[in-house]
Design a binder for this molecule. Structure first.
Ligand code: FAD
Length: 493
């Protein structure tokens, strides 16, 4: 008999899982608290502009291809490669570093700054490649049934990588490069994980290999939201219904099975199998009321930085600004050590700017530009009050104007701000942490919230908050790992 699956959350994890299960013959419904699908990969249309509100690029394009193959569909969106991958700008330094994939060309960017850059970068990437090759299948693309199983699988990883585990990302990078510029630019990718390069393990230097050599970064034609629209379209063909404005607030269970979930209007939702795409730690604590995930315990876990995001429509063009750009100050170490907990760090903000209209003319009226800023900020545990948001945002816009030598302030015709308060309210993200639980060693693999429930045999989890972790490709992998669990425990027919 066909099994009924109820998925809570129409984020990338929920949507991808829904398509995988529908293709296997399960009857799938999705409940989403918001008015539109996508979760953090979302879209804002305002004043004639279109903004991607969360992800602005992705890596590991082959994971999306594998997903399409598994579902027996053509990939329902088109993407193009970014080269340069992004630019990096330092306050007070007129040079814009262009991060090319071609290492010889990239080396020219460091002429007179980092002696023998090309040789050093090739050596560094060789090590990053070995780390990637030795861990991707064993650690990242695998389910773990217990801590023992996890360590057994880890024991298969080349022991030669052990010293890397004991080093920080920044220290590791500093063994290869001597200039501040090269060290900061190469270790910047740790911030993409929502952590400081001074705290993140050097294991994550494998990300340098994924960005520069293995695959690179990609943009979606028409904007990132086309990924969501494409998958939702495939779900329609499979008769998967997505029910919006429905937030799960409670549950009823019987023995070790979940009987039904209850929404904000007291409506009951029954199913044979439930999958939680909402945050796996927070849902266990807030809805299932597990002590291990109480608010107090969650507060003690390590969460990634909060996100302050700004969406600006400008009535002018910015020819000097590339598609993806980082703007850094001159106090990298102090900033990285402070920004996660100390609001004072925002006096000199570091931020990322994406110009969506650069390659997607439809996203802004003619002669205009659609801009998206992401600024790492302390989460709501450390900065609960955002009544000073306008002041902080004005400071960022003034800093950006100075860095690009063009005052954009008189050109702003559309402005929207999401503080961590908004991120928390919109998507139930713990304390407004943009990327959720951090990837420190004690919060990954078998130590991350599991993708099967500890108590209810018919409950599973998919998304960034469970294995393997955060970012769009990881979330797609998580949908495969959750599907494997469901197929094993509840085969469709
Ligand atoms: C500012 C920002 C920039 C980012 N940039 C990138 C990037 O460039 N590249 C990249 O790869 N990744 C990026 N990420 C990370 C990426 O967005 C996430 O890893 C991914 O989208 C998470 O998907 P998910 O399905 O796990 O969770 P979510 O997107 O959070 O989806 C969970 C869904 O569950 C819903 N929900 C929650 N609770 C309930 C409830 N009780 N009842 C009903 N529904 C509920 C939520 O509304 C949401 O729709 C970025 C994230 C942020 C915040």
């Amino acid at each position: 008999m066909t099994k009924n699956v109820l998925i809570i959350g129409a984020g990338m994890g929920g949507l991808a899982l829904a398509l995988r299960l529908a293709k296997k013959g399960y009857h799938v419904r999705i409940l989403e608290k918001n008015k539109q699908p996508g979760g953090r990969i979302n879209q804002l249309k305002k004043d004639g502009f279109t903004f991607d509100t969360g992800p602005s690029f992705f890596s590991m394009s082959y994971i999306f291809k594998e997903f399409a193959q598994d579902c027996n569909i053509n990939l329902p969106f088109s993407y193009y490669e970014l080269d340069p991958l992004y630019t990096v700008n330092f306050d007070g330094n007129p040079k814009t570093f262009l991060l090319y994939k071609d290492i010889s060309r990239l080396a020219q960017e460091f002429n007179g700054i980092e002696p023998d850059f090309e040789k050093k970068m090739r050596l560094y990437l060789e090590k990053s490649k070995r780390l990637f090759d030795d861990t991707i299948d064993i650690v990242i693309k695998n389910n773990f049934n217990s801590v023992a199983d996890y360590f057994l699988k880890l024991s298969k990883v080349n022991a030669g990588h052990l010293p890397v585990l004991l080093r920080s990302f920044y220290r590791h990078v500093s063994r290869y490069f001597s200039s501040d510029e090269a060290r900061q630019i190469i270790s910047l990718v740790a911030f993409f994980l929502g952590r400081s390069p001074f705290e993140t393990s050097a294991v994550y230097s494998l990300l340098s290999y994924t960005e520069f050599q293995h695959d690179g970064y990609y943009n979606v034609k028409g904007g990132m939201y086309k990924i969501v629209e494409g998958i939702v379209n495939e779900l329609k063909k499979e008769k998967v219904s997505v029910i919006y404005d429905t937030e799960i607030v409670d549950f009823v269970s019987s023995d070790n099975r979940l009987s039904y979930l209850i929404d904000q209007n007291n409506q009951k939702w029954e199913a044979d199998i439930f999958v939680i795409n909402a945050d796996a730690a927070l849902f266990r604590g807030k809805i299932f009321k597990r002590r291990k995930f109480s608010e107090k315990r969650l507060s003690k876990m390590e969460w990634t930085m909060g996100s302050l995001t700004i969406y600006l429509g400008l009535k002018c063009k910015l020819p000097q600004v590339f598609h993806h750009n980082y703007y850094l100050g001159t106090n990298y170490r102090d900033y990285a050590n402070e920004v996660f907990k100390n609001p004072n760090a925002l006096k000199k903000p570091y931020y990322y700017v994406n110009v969506l209209s650069k390659h997607n003319a439809d996203c802004a009226p003619e002669g205009c530009e659609s801009l998206f800023f992401v600024c790492p900020v302390p989460d709501l545990r450390y900065k609960p009050d955002w009544s000073d948001r306008e002041k902080i945002v004005d400071n960022i816009i003034a800093d950006f104007s100075a860095q690009i030598r063009q005052d954009i302030r008189p050109e702003i015709v559309s402005k929207t701000i999401y503080t961590p308060v908004d991120w928390q309210q919109q998507f139930n993200l713990f304390k407004g942490s943009g990327l959720g639980l951090s990837h420190k060693m004690s919060q990954i693999g078998a130590f991350r919230p599991k993708n099967y429930d500890e108590r209810f045999r018919n409950v599973f989890y998919a998304g960034a908050s469970t294995v393997p972790g955060t970012g769009l490709p990881m979330v797609i992998i998580s949908s495969r790992l959750a599907t494997e669990r469901i197929l094993q425990s509840y085969p469709c027919k």
